[in-house]
Design a protein around this ligand. Structure first.
Ligand code: URA
Length: 206
């Protein structure tokens, strides 16, 4: 039967693309099975490739801060990636790599059933798009939007590495995480759909 540990075993043994040749460790998602929030990153960097744990380098420290500041400590969310093996230094994953890795994300989504999803950066958005059969476009446009698909709300967001490269984006990211916190509070306080729609302008994708 499918479980987070069986998915992780598959990830560890995966050879579906060339990234497995150079990986030290394939990186599985982490977090608890009934997390209501799922965060999706791009791909492991060197710290993650060494440790097998997602978001443990500089980007991870920034992400931890954002999560902590908005009442979503790392322990309370599920953290995953578009691609589970480290691409060669400095390059983003290719579309073919993202596509081949996306069934793992699909399986995780099916098990966890998160209510709120935060895809960070273009690779995460692409991967989620493959799973949900939706074209979310580029994060430079999508970060201002909130999508609803079935019972899930999707908050595209810049990748923390983009903020480290361009610190002017820090407040954009912070404001967005604050909005996600407010949205969750409103949602959990059973605010009506009309109220949420009016306040946040949600784009419903059937
Ligand atoms: N670490 C990850 O696990 N994913 C990223 O996208 C960046 C750093």
């Amino acid at each position: 039967m499918l479980s987070l540990s069986s998915i992780c075993n598959e990830i560890k043994g995966c050879k579906k693309c060339d990234l497995h040749f150079s990986r030290k460790t394939a990186v599985c998602g982490v977090g608890y099975e009934s997390a209501s929030v799922m965060v999706i990153g791009e791909a492991p960097g060197s710290n993650e490739d060494q440790t097998g744990i997602p978001f443990v380098g500089r980007s991870g420290r920034l992400l931890d801060k954002m999560l902590m500041d908005t009442n979503m400590p790392r322990e309370s969310v599920y953290i995953s990636n578009a691609v589970r093996c480290r691409p060669k230094v400095g390059r983003a994953p290719k579309i073919t790599e993202i596509r081949k890795c996306s069934p793992f994300l699909k399986d995780e989504l099916n098990i966890i059933g998160p209510r709120f999803i935060i895809p960070m950066g273009n690779s995460a958005l692409k991967s989620l798009g493959f799973v949900l059969k939706t074209d979310f476009g580029r994060v430079s446009e999508a970060w201002k939007k909130i999508y609803r698909i079935n019972d899930m709300f999707i908050f595209p967001q810049f990748h923390p590495a983009a903020i480290l490269r361009n610190p002017k984006l820090f407040h954009t990211m912070k404001d967005r995480f604050d909005l996600i916190r407010n949205f969750r509070e409103d949602f959990e306080n059973n605010k009506s759909w009309d109220y949420l729609n009016e306040k946040y302008g949600i784009i419903k994708i059937s």
